[in-house]
Design a protein around this ligand. Sequence first.
Ligand code: THU
Length: 163
Amino acid sequence: MKENQNISIQYTSYSHYSELDKAEQELLEKAVELSADAYAPYSEFNVGAAVLLKNGKIVAGSNQENAAYPSGLCAERVALFSASANHRNEVMQTIAIYAASETTAQKQISPCGSCRQVMVEYEVKQYSNLKVLLMNSSKEVWEFNSCKDLLPLAFDATALKKQ
Ligand code: THU
């Protein structure tokens, strides 16, 4: 039987980051700061990512490129892998992402598919939502309470596990 399906996702938009609570504003400011640490001589697209852990620590990420292009890594995965490697079982509560490129000034930034897949896997692993805050150079913010909203129908690692 053929049935058309529809998926809807939830998110909140803010015209300026000052509308968020203080802790989230600070996390977004940290992401802005971190974008200055990007090594992006090829794309000149600087991205900062700050992961807030349940214990209050903030883990830093920025995109790191390489002349052998596929060897580089997005800011989000630098931060997420660092959080997992250095704070193994600490819940990741929020990831704030900022892109400094002038071209994003009027529109939202958007994490790539690979970063979304990595976010979703940590969220599944920790049985707790990973909130995503995206901010552009105009300081507009999009808030997703779960990273799963950014990746409907995500591939689920539990599919790999033997029953
Ligand atoms: N990039 C990120 O770091 N995060 C994103 O959300 C999108 C893209 C990086 C990868 C590469 O260094 C540059 O931006 C251009 O794609």
